[in-house]
Design a protein around this ligand. Sequence first.
Ligand code: NDP
Length: 456
Amino acid sequence: MINRLVVFGATGDLNARYLLPALTALRAAGHLDDRFQLTGVGRVDWTDEEFRRWAAEQLERHDRSSPAEARKAITESARYLRADATDVADVASAVVGDGPVAAYLALPPAVFPGTVAALRDAGLTKGSRIVLEKPFGEDLDSAVALNRLLAEVVPEQAVFRVDHFLAMTTVQNVLGSRLANRVLEPIWNSAHIADVEIVWDESLALEGRAGYYDGAGALKDMVQNHLLQVLCLVAMEPPFSLSERDLRDRKIDVLRSVRPLTDEDVVRHTRRGRYLAGRIGDRDVPAYADEQGVDPQRRTETFAEVELRLDSWRWSGTTFRLRTGKALGRDRKEVAVRFRPVPHLPFGLGEEAEPNVLRFGLEPENMALALTGVGSGAHTLAPLTLTAQPPPPDLPAYGRLLLDVLHGNAALSIRGDEAEEAWRVLAPVMSAWSRNLVPLAEYPAGSDGPAAARDS
Ligand code: NDP
């Protein structure tokens, strides 16, 4: 296990909201001891003491329920280095020391290549690991270039491309439910499943993140990584084991099987939108184009929907709809697997059964199966829902991922070829949208999204 974690970009939001609480959870659960050392790297001129105070404040803000002892142990183990993450001498002073390090790039994606090159030139101790946050590049070409650069520094098994959706309990339960039960897998195919929706609709608007989001947009922020990864778990063939190789080989098979989209497909099967001013609950939300830091000329989308087909024996004939939007009227974050209607209903004329839908709630995390049973009257039918609440996870998603990084288990990390394949899947959409073949529809904040938004 590696005991030294160097976080580049340690003064940022990711470290404050996710990494520090995750480390605290690992400490509280006994996974980290006094040998563990955190080095925060940032451009602010802070002393160790000032960084520790800031870290303690962030934990107080984002992680008040964790044991005070664990929070104290993490903040007191921390040291701080003022450094430019793209400067070789600075980077060398951050990673120097006994034994290998895990270098976590909690940096804007545009800085990744400069930092990876600096890590290469600084010389990482053998056995060190590099952790990157999505998006992995900005398109296929930059993803390929980044992968080449990473390969010059550490072997592929030492590269951890983090997608925290993969460590969420219900996302893991997509596989758990399919593969640990007799009842699902035999009907997990296009003969029985009509369509699958993978949805991350949120009522949150931009929340001050223009610096990152305006350059990315909904497609690159959510669909290209998180939602495609969930698609992989829904559609993959059962792996022989959950080892790094077996799991990731089966996931990339799914990405490879996505039918390439033509311009006409993109026009017919994708939608994009941007929110206008509106009201969500008791909040007035300004139009996206008027948010601070947004360049309206960029025409960044805050809503993206893409329908995909998989060319395989299992999935030919099933539609996979991936959708995400900001500033919508209600949160809906789930995978909804909709089954085909039964072939015959013997209950008399006029009765119709709603199709069965299996839902994996992503936030909040839960599961529900919509069935039909008999109603109160003779020969009538009524909806029945079975619900399940998975046990609370022992660690937060980022805690699991960090533990895997420290132990060197890359099963839940995105392999380089997967990252590239995910860009290939969406390259036609990016291209057609950049040529305005699909209009940027507008929707009021607080609505259901652009008109014709399909709903469940
Ligand atoms: P922030 O902008 O909040 O933080 C980025 C940090 O990087 C800042 O502390 C910034 O310092 C620092 N930085 C930038 N350039 C350099 C440099 N040359 N040398 C040293 N430090 C530098 O971004 P986030 O924390 O939100 O995101 C970080 C990464 O995590 C991104 O890749 C993002 O896509 C990803 N991510 C973030 C999530 C989130 O919820 N925040 C969720 C999933 C992924 P300074 O203030 O001086 O500019």
